[in-house]
Design a protein around this ligand. Structure first.
Ligand code: AMP
Ligand code: MG
Length: 403
Protein backbone atom coordinates (compact mmCIF):
# COMPACT_ATOMS: atom_id res chain seq x y z
CA UNK A 1 0.00 0.00 0.00
CA UNK A 2 1.32 3.45 -0.88
CA UNK A 3 1.94 6.12 1.73
CA UNK A 4 0.25 9.46 1.28
CA UNK A 5 3.43 11.04 -0.09
CA UNK A 6 3.95 8.16 -2.53
CA UNK A 7 0.38 8.34 -3.75
CA UNK A 8 0.56 12.11 -4.20
CA UNK A 9 3.83 11.74 -6.09
CA UNK A 10 2.32 9.06 -8.30
CA UNK A 11 -0.53 11.40 -9.19
CA UNK A 12 1.78 14.35 -9.82
CA UNK A 13 3.83 12.21 -12.22
CA UNK A 14 0.81 11.20 -14.23
CA UNK A 15 -0.98 14.51 -14.57
CA UNK A 16 -1.51 15.54 -18.17
CA UNK A 17 -1.49 19.27 -17.62
CA UNK A 18 -3.84 21.79 -19.22
CA UNK A 19 -3.15 22.61 -22.81
CA UNK A 20 -6.07 24.62 -24.16
CA UNK A 21 -6.12 28.33 -23.43
CA UNK A 22 -8.55 31.17 -23.94
CA UNK A 23 -8.44 34.89 -23.40
CA UNK A 24 -10.85 36.45 -20.94
CA UNK A 25 -11.54 40.03 -19.84
CA UNK A 26 -10.43 41.12 -16.37
CA UNK A 27 -13.96 40.85 -15.04
CA UNK A 28 -14.02 37.14 -15.82
CA UNK A 29 -10.46 36.32 -14.74
CA UNK A 30 -10.89 35.91 -10.97
CA UNK A 31 -10.00 32.36 -9.98
CA UNK A 32 -8.65 31.55 -13.45
CA UNK A 33 -5.09 30.38 -14.05
CA UNK A 34 -2.71 32.40 -16.18
CA UNK A 35 -1.56 30.57 -19.28
CA UNK A 36 1.27 32.93 -20.21
CA UNK A 37 3.55 35.54 -18.72
CA UNK A 38 1.68 38.79 -18.10
CA UNK A 39 3.62 42.05 -18.55
CA UNK A 40 2.72 45.58 -17.51
CA UNK A 41 1.50 47.78 -20.35
CA UNK A 42 2.43 50.99 -18.49
CA UNK A 43 4.61 52.32 -15.71
CA UNK A 44 2.91 52.62 -12.35
CA UNK A 45 2.68 55.38 -11.35
CA UNK A 46 2.37 56.41 -14.98
CA UNK A 47 3.86 59.87 -14.17
CA UNK A 48 5.29 61.66 -11.13
CA UNK A 49 2.31 62.79 -9.07
CA UNK A 50 1.34 64.18 -5.72
CA UNK A 51 0.71 61.84 -2.81
CA UNK A 52 -1.22 64.52 -0.90
CA UNK A 53 -3.46 67.53 -1.25
CA UNK A 54 -1.23 70.60 -0.92
CA UNK A 55 1.11 72.82 -2.87
CA UNK A 56 3.78 71.96 -5.42
CA UNK A 57 6.89 74.07 -5.44
CA UNK A 58 10.58 74.14 -6.14
CA UNK A 59 12.61 74.16 -2.91
CA UNK A 60 15.39 76.56 -4.03
CA UNK A 61 12.64 79.16 -4.69
CA UNK A 62 11.61 79.01 -1.03
CA UNK A 63 14.88 80.27 0.33
CA UNK A 64 15.02 83.08 -2.23
CA UNK A 65 11.51 84.15 -1.26
CA UNK A 66 11.73 83.73 2.54
CA UNK A 67 9.32 80.77 2.40
CA UNK A 68 6.46 82.78 0.93
CA UNK A 69 5.42 82.05 -2.68
CA UNK A 70 2.62 83.43 -4.76
CA UNK A 71 0.17 80.78 -5.91
CA UNK A 72 -0.01 80.52 -9.69
CA UNK A 73 -2.29 77.86 -11.01
CA UNK A 74 -3.58 74.50 -9.98
CA UNK A 75 -2.72 70.89 -10.85
CA UNK A 76 -5.82 68.69 -10.82
CA UNK A 77 -6.26 64.98 -11.33
CA UNK A 78 -6.67 64.22 -15.00
CA UNK A 79 -4.81 67.39 -16.06
CA UNK A 80 -1.98 67.09 -18.49
CA UNK A 81 1.18 67.93 -16.53
CA UNK A 82 1.70 71.71 -16.55
CA UNK A 83 4.81 73.69 -15.77
CA UNK A 84 5.57 75.55 -12.55
CA UNK A 85 6.53 79.17 -13.16
CA UNK A 86 9.69 79.91 -11.21
CA UNK A 87 9.26 81.54 -7.81
CA UNK A 88 5.63 80.46 -7.56
CA UNK A 89 3.76 77.52 -6.16
CA UNK A 90 0.82 75.57 -7.54
CA UNK A 91 -2.18 74.17 -5.75
CA UNK A 92 -2.06 70.39 -6.23
CA UNK A 93 -4.32 67.46 -5.35
CA UNK A 94 -3.64 63.80 -4.60
CA UNK A 95 -2.91 61.95 -7.83
CA UNK A 96 -2.44 65.09 -9.95
CA UNK A 97 0.69 65.22 -12.11
CA UNK A 98 3.60 67.02 -10.54
CA UNK A 99 4.22 70.13 -12.67
CA UNK A 100 7.57 70.23 -14.42
CA UNK A 101 9.91 72.43 -12.42
CA UNK A 102 8.44 71.40 -9.05
CA UNK A 103 10.58 69.18 -6.83
CA UNK A 104 8.34 68.77 -3.79
CA UNK A 105 4.84 68.99 -2.37
CA UNK A 106 3.94 70.46 0.99
CA UNK A 107 0.68 69.27 2.53
CA UNK A 108 -2.05 71.85 2.95
CA UNK A 109 -2.24 71.33 6.73
CA UNK A 110 1.33 72.66 7.07
CA UNK A 111 0.92 75.97 5.20
CA UNK A 112 -0.69 79.29 5.99
CA UNK A 113 -2.64 81.06 3.30
CA UNK A 114 -2.33 84.78 2.78
CA UNK A 115 -4.08 86.68 0.01
CA UNK A 116 -2.58 85.33 -3.22
CA UNK A 117 0.34 83.75 -1.33
CA UNK A 118 1.23 80.63 0.55
CA UNK A 119 3.50 80.69 3.61
CA UNK A 120 5.54 77.48 3.88
CA UNK A 121 7.15 76.00 6.98
CA UNK A 122 10.96 75.86 7.17
CA UNK A 123 10.87 72.10 7.27
CA UNK A 124 10.01 71.61 3.57
CA UNK A 125 12.32 68.99 2.02
CA UNK A 126 12.87 68.30 -1.66
CA UNK A 127 11.17 65.16 -2.91
CA UNK A 128 8.53 64.86 -0.23
CA UNK A 129 4.97 63.67 -0.90
CA UNK A 130 5.77 62.66 -4.45
CA UNK A 131 4.91 59.31 -6.02
CA UNK A 132 7.55 58.63 -8.62
CA UNK A 133 6.84 57.32 -12.09
CA UNK A 134 7.47 53.56 -12.23
CA UNK A 135 8.30 53.17 -8.52
CA UNK A 136 5.65 50.43 -8.19
CA UNK A 137 6.35 48.62 -11.46
CA UNK A 138 7.59 49.51 -14.91
CA UNK A 139 6.16 49.00 -18.34
CA UNK A 140 7.11 45.55 -19.62
CA UNK A 141 7.88 44.21 -16.13
CA UNK A 142 6.84 40.55 -15.93
CA UNK A 143 4.01 40.66 -13.37
CA UNK A 144 2.95 37.00 -13.41
CA UNK A 145 4.25 33.77 -14.77
CA UNK A 146 1.99 31.03 -16.10
CA UNK A 147 0.08 28.80 -13.68
CA UNK A 148 -0.99 31.57 -11.35
CA UNK A 149 -4.52 31.45 -9.98
CA UNK A 150 -5.61 35.07 -10.11
CA UNK A 151 -7.14 36.57 -6.99
CA UNK A 152 -9.08 39.81 -6.91
CA UNK A 153 -5.91 41.48 -5.60
CA UNK A 154 -4.10 40.30 -8.71
CA UNK A 155 -6.85 41.78 -10.84
CA UNK A 156 -6.42 45.15 -9.12
CA UNK A 157 -2.79 45.06 -10.15
CA UNK A 158 -3.46 43.90 -13.70
CA UNK A 159 -6.11 46.54 -14.16
CA UNK A 160 -3.71 49.27 -13.00
CA UNK A 161 -1.12 47.81 -15.33
CA UNK A 162 -3.45 48.25 -18.28
CA UNK A 163 -3.73 44.53 -19.01
CA UNK A 164 -7.28 44.10 -20.30
CA UNK A 165 -7.27 40.62 -21.78
CA UNK A 166 -5.87 37.69 -19.82
CA UNK A 167 -4.74 34.44 -21.39
CA UNK A 168 -5.91 31.64 -19.08
CA UNK A 169 -6.19 27.88 -19.26
CA UNK A 170 -9.59 26.68 -20.42
CA UNK A 171 -11.51 25.32 -17.46
CA UNK A 172 -11.15 21.60 -16.87
CA UNK A 173 -14.31 19.51 -17.24
CA UNK A 174 -15.20 16.97 -14.62
CA UNK A 175 -17.82 14.24 -14.45
CA UNK A 176 -18.99 13.48 -10.93
CA UNK A 177 -20.79 10.26 -10.13
CA UNK A 178 -22.02 8.73 -6.88
CA UNK A 179 -22.40 4.98 -6.78
CA UNK A 180 -24.52 2.84 -4.50
CA UNK A 181 -27.87 1.03 -4.58
CA UNK A 182 -28.80 2.61 -1.25
CA UNK A 183 -28.38 6.24 -2.27
CA UNK A 184 -31.19 8.68 -2.87
CA UNK A 185 -31.21 12.44 -3.14
CA UNK A 186 -32.82 14.34 -0.28
CA UNK A 187 -36.35 15.37 -1.15
CA UNK A 188 -37.84 11.92 -1.54
CA UNK A 189 -38.85 9.78 1.44
CA UNK A 190 -36.42 7.01 2.33
CA UNK A 191 -37.42 3.42 1.64
CA UNK A 192 -36.03 0.74 3.96
CA UNK A 193 -32.28 0.45 3.59
CA UNK A 194 -31.88 3.71 1.70
CA UNK A 195 -29.82 6.70 2.80
CA UNK A 196 -29.57 10.26 1.61
CA UNK A 197 -26.43 10.84 -0.35
CA UNK A 198 -24.12 13.83 0.08
CA UNK A 199 -20.82 13.11 -1.67
CA UNK A 200 -21.90 14.06 -5.15
CA UNK A 201 -23.21 17.46 -4.07
CA UNK A 202 -20.11 18.27 -2.05
CA UNK A 203 -17.73 17.06 -4.75
CA UNK A 204 -19.53 19.13 -7.39
CA UNK A 205 -19.50 22.21 -5.19
CA UNK A 206 -15.85 21.86 -4.25
CA UNK A 207 -14.88 21.44 -7.90
CA UNK A 208 -16.94 24.45 -8.92
CA UNK A 209 -15.30 26.55 -6.22
CA UNK A 210 -11.98 25.59 -7.81
CA UNK A 211 -13.13 26.76 -11.22
CA UNK A 212 -13.96 23.38 -12.71
CA UNK A 213 -16.84 22.93 -15.16
CA UNK A 214 -18.84 20.07 -13.76
CA UNK A 215 -21.23 17.54 -15.16
CA UNK A 216 -23.46 15.81 -12.65
CA UNK A 217 -23.54 12.14 -13.52
CA UNK A 218 -26.12 11.42 -10.83
CA UNK A 219 -26.28 8.26 -8.79
CA UNK A 220 -25.37 4.99 -10.48
CA UNK A 221 -26.39 1.60 -9.17
CA UNK A 222 -23.87 -1.02 -8.01
CA UNK A 223 -24.18 -2.80 -11.31
CA UNK A 224 -21.33 -3.39 -13.71
CA UNK A 225 -23.47 -2.59 -16.75
CA UNK A 226 -24.80 0.65 -15.31
CA UNK A 227 -21.32 1.72 -14.25
CA UNK A 228 -19.91 0.87 -17.67
CA UNK A 229 -22.61 2.96 -19.31
CA UNK A 230 -21.85 5.91 -17.08
CA UNK A 231 -18.08 5.66 -17.48
CA UNK A 232 -18.01 5.02 -21.21
CA UNK A 233 -17.74 8.78 -21.82
CA UNK A 234 -14.94 9.05 -19.21
CA UNK A 235 -12.26 9.79 -21.80
CA UNK A 236 -14.15 12.94 -22.84
CA UNK A 237 -13.45 14.56 -19.47
CA UNK A 238 -10.33 15.94 -17.87
CA UNK A 239 -11.42 14.48 -14.55
CA UNK A 240 -13.83 11.75 -13.61
CA UNK A 241 -14.59 11.53 -9.92
CA UNK A 242 -16.69 8.78 -8.46
CA UNK A 243 -17.56 8.09 -4.86
CA UNK A 244 -18.33 4.75 -3.30
CA UNK A 245 -17.92 1.27 -4.62
CA UNK A 246 -14.15 1.37 -4.45
CA UNK A 247 -13.67 -0.84 -1.43
CA UNK A 248 -13.37 -4.61 -1.12
CA UNK A 249 -17.05 -5.60 -0.91
CA UNK A 250 -18.71 -7.85 -3.49
CA UNK A 251 -20.60 -4.87 -4.86
CA UNK A 252 -17.63 -2.54 -5.06
CA UNK A 253 -17.30 -2.63 -8.81
CA UNK A 254 -16.04 0.83 -9.73
CA UNK A 255 -12.41 -0.17 -9.93
CA UNK A 256 -12.99 -3.28 -12.00
CA UNK A 257 -15.24 -1.47 -14.43
CA UNK A 258 -12.83 1.42 -14.74
CA UNK A 259 -9.86 -0.89 -15.26
CA UNK A 260 -11.48 -2.02 -18.52
CA UNK A 261 -11.71 1.46 -20.00
CA UNK A 262 -8.62 3.06 -18.47
CA UNK A 263 -5.61 2.27 -16.36
CA UNK A 264 -5.62 2.19 -12.56
CA UNK A 265 -2.35 3.53 -11.18
CA UNK A 266 -3.00 2.84 -7.54
CA UNK A 267 -5.72 1.67 -5.25
CA UNK A 268 -5.52 2.03 -1.47
CA UNK A 269 -3.39 4.48 0.41
CA UNK A 270 -2.14 4.12 3.97
CA UNK A 271 -4.35 6.86 5.39
CA UNK A 272 -7.36 7.07 7.67
CA UNK A 273 -10.00 7.88 6.66
CA UNK A 274 -9.82 7.29 2.93
CA UNK A 275 -7.83 4.09 2.49
CA UNK A 276 -9.84 2.69 -0.44
CA UNK A 277 -9.06 5.51 -2.86
CA UNK A 278 -8.01 4.82 -6.43
CA UNK A 279 -6.39 6.93 -9.11
CA UNK A 280 -6.01 6.23 -12.79
CA UNK A 281 -5.83 7.65 -16.27
CA UNK A 282 -8.14 7.29 -19.19
CA UNK A 283 -7.67 8.29 -22.80
CA UNK A 284 -5.26 11.03 -23.80
CA UNK A 285 -5.96 13.47 -21.04
CA UNK A 286 -8.44 11.98 -18.56
CA UNK A 287 -7.75 11.55 -14.85
CA UNK A 288 -9.82 9.28 -12.71
CA UNK A 289 -10.38 9.38 -8.96
CA UNK A 290 -12.46 6.79 -7.21
CA UNK A 291 -13.12 8.33 -3.81
CA UNK A 292 -14.43 6.22 -0.95
CA UNK A 293 -18.13 6.31 -0.18
CA UNK A 294 -18.05 7.30 3.46
CA UNK A 295 -18.74 11.02 3.48
CA UNK A 296 -15.76 12.03 5.60
CA UNK A 297 -13.40 9.80 3.61
CA UNK A 298 -14.67 11.43 0.47
CA UNK A 299 -13.98 14.94 1.85
CA UNK A 300 -10.51 14.04 3.10
CA UNK A 301 -9.43 12.28 -0.09
CA UNK A 302 -10.74 15.18 -2.19
CA UNK A 303 -8.50 17.52 -0.20
CA UNK A 304 -5.46 15.24 -0.21
CA UNK A 305 -5.59 14.09 -3.84
CA UNK A 306 -8.02 15.99 -6.03
CA UNK A 307 -7.06 19.52 -4.95
CA UNK A 308 -3.33 19.10 -5.56
CA UNK A 309 -4.07 17.29 -8.82
CA UNK A 310 -6.14 20.22 -10.04
CA UNK A 311 -3.36 22.63 -9.14
CA UNK A 312 -0.79 20.51 -10.99
CA UNK A 313 -3.13 20.27 -13.98
CA UNK A 314 -3.13 24.09 -14.07
CA UNK A 315 0.69 24.21 -13.85
CA UNK A 316 0.33 25.67 -10.34
CA UNK A 317 1.98 24.82 -7.05
CA UNK A 318 0.02 23.52 -4.12
CA UNK A 319 0.72 23.29 -0.45
CA UNK A 320 -1.28 21.87 2.42
CA UNK A 321 -0.39 24.23 5.24
CA UNK A 322 0.34 22.54 8.53
CA UNK A 323 0.93 24.50 11.72
CA UNK A 324 1.98 23.38 15.21
CA UNK A 325 -0.97 23.59 17.62
CA UNK A 326 -1.48 22.76 21.28
CA UNK A 327 -3.81 19.82 21.74
CA UNK A 328 -6.76 20.67 23.98
CA UNK A 329 -7.79 17.07 24.60
CA UNK A 330 -6.44 13.52 24.64
CA UNK A 331 -6.71 11.18 21.71
CA UNK A 332 -5.63 7.53 21.72
CA UNK A 333 -5.36 5.20 18.76
CA UNK A 334 -3.48 2.29 17.25
CA UNK A 335 -0.48 3.25 15.17
CA UNK A 336 -0.41 2.14 11.55
CA UNK A 337 -1.85 4.65 9.14
CA UNK A 338 -1.45 8.38 8.79
CA UNK A 339 -4.68 9.80 10.18
CA UNK A 340 -6.62 13.00 9.67
CA UNK A 341 -8.87 13.91 12.58
CA UNK A 342 -11.57 16.45 12.18
CA UNK A 343 -10.69 19.24 14.54
CA UNK A 344 -11.78 22.55 15.92
CA UNK A 345 -8.94 25.05 15.76
CA UNK A 346 -8.79 28.33 17.61
CA UNK A 347 -6.46 30.93 19.08
CA UNK A 348 -5.84 31.37 22.80
CA UNK A 349 -3.14 33.47 24.39
CA UNK A 350 -1.60 33.99 21.00
CA UNK A 351 -1.25 30.25 20.34
CA UNK A 352 -3.01 27.94 17.96
CA UNK A 353 -5.05 25.27 19.76
CA UNK A 354 -6.71 22.16 18.36
CA UNK A 355 -9.45 19.94 19.72
CA UNK A 356 -9.98 16.51 18.17
CA UNK A 357 -13.74 16.41 17.74
CA UNK A 358 -15.84 13.70 19.28
CA UNK A 359 -17.15 11.21 16.71
CA UNK A 360 -14.38 10.49 14.23
CA UNK A 361 -16.21 7.69 12.37
CA UNK A 362 -15.92 8.29 8.66
CA UNK A 363 -19.71 8.01 8.35
CA UNK A 364 -20.32 10.71 10.98
CA UNK A 365 -21.22 14.12 9.62
CA UNK A 366 -22.28 15.75 12.91
CA UNK A 367 -18.78 16.98 13.83
CA UNK A 368 -18.59 18.85 10.51
CA UNK A 369 -20.47 21.63 12.30
CA UNK A 370 -17.36 22.38 14.34
CA UNK A 371 -14.75 21.31 11.83
CA UNK A 372 -12.46 24.10 10.71
CA UNK A 373 -9.37 21.99 10.27
CA UNK A 374 -7.69 18.65 10.73
CA UNK A 375 -5.13 17.22 13.09
CA UNK A 376 -2.67 15.01 11.22
CA UNK A 377 -1.23 12.03 13.03
CA UNK A 378 1.91 10.38 11.69
CA UNK A 379 1.81 6.68 10.83
CA UNK A 380 3.55 5.64 14.04
CA UNK A 381 1.61 7.95 16.35
CA UNK A 382 -0.46 6.38 19.11
CA UNK A 383 -2.25 9.64 19.78
CA UNK A 384 -1.64 12.63 21.98
CA UNK A 385 -2.36 14.11 25.37
CA UNK A 386 -3.74 17.57 26.11
CA UNK A 387 -0.85 20.02 25.99
CA UNK A 388 1.10 18.08 23.35
CA UNK A 389 2.03 19.84 20.15
CA UNK A 390 0.15 18.40 17.18
CA UNK A 391 0.18 19.09 13.45
CA UNK A 392 -2.91 21.16 12.58
CA UNK A 393 -4.21 21.80 9.08
CA UNK A 394 -6.45 24.85 9.11
CA UNK A 395 -9.11 24.74 6.40
CA UNK A 396 -8.99 27.81 4.25
CA UNK A 397 -5.24 28.27 4.57
CA UNK A 398 -2.76 27.08 2.05
CA UNK A 399 -3.64 25.58 -1.27
CA UNK A 400 -2.16 27.61 -4.06
CA UNK A 401 -0.08 30.70 -3.64
CA UNK A 402 1.73 29.45 -0.54
CA UNK A 403 5.48 28.90 -0.37
P1 AMP B 1 -18.78 2.21 -0.28
O1 AMP B 1 -17.50 2.96 -0.48
O2 AMP B 1 -19.64 2.17 -1.48
O3 AMP B 1 -18.51 0.87 0.30
O4 AMP B 1 -19.60 3.02 0.79
C1 AMP B 1 -19.13 3.18 2.13
C2 AMP B 1 -20.20 3.83 2.96
O5 AMP B 1 -20.45 5.12 2.46
C3 AMP B 1 -21.54 3.11 2.91
O6 AMP B 1 -22.08 3.20 4.21
C4 AMP B 1 -22.34 3.92 1.94
O7 AMP B 1 -23.72 3.83 2.19
C5 AMP B 1 -21.83 5.30 2.16
N1 AMP B 1 -21.92 6.11 0.96
C6 AMP B 1 -21.53 5.74 -0.27
N2 AMP B 1 -21.72 6.73 -1.16
C7 AMP B 1 -22.25 7.75 -0.47
C8 AMP B 1 -22.71 9.05 -0.84
N3 AMP B 1 -22.64 9.49 -2.09
N4 AMP B 1 -23.20 9.85 0.13
C9 AMP B 1 -23.27 9.41 1.39
N5 AMP B 1 -22.87 8.21 1.80
C10 AMP B 1 -22.37 7.37 0.88
MG1 MG C 1 -21.34 1.28 -2.04
Amino acid sequence: MLTLAEAQAAIAERIVAAGKTETVPLRAAAGRYTAAELRAAVDNPAFDNSAMDGYALCTPDLVTNSFVLPQAGEARCGDAPGRLASNTCQRIFTGAPLPAGADTVEIQENVRLEPGCVVFPRTVQPGQNIRRQGEDFKRDDALYGPGRRLTVYDLALLSAAGVAAIPVYARPRALVVATGDELVAPGTPLQPGQIYESNRLVTLLQLEALGVETVDGGVVRDDAGALRDMLKSAADYDFVITSGGASVGDHDLVKQVFARIGEINFWKVKIKPGKPVAFGRVGERGHFFALPGNPVSSLVTFKLFVEPALAAWHHARYRLVELPALADNDFRRHAGRMEFLRARLGLRDGRLHATALHGQGSHMLGPLRQTNGFIRLAEDSTGFTAGDTVAAIPLGLGGEGWD
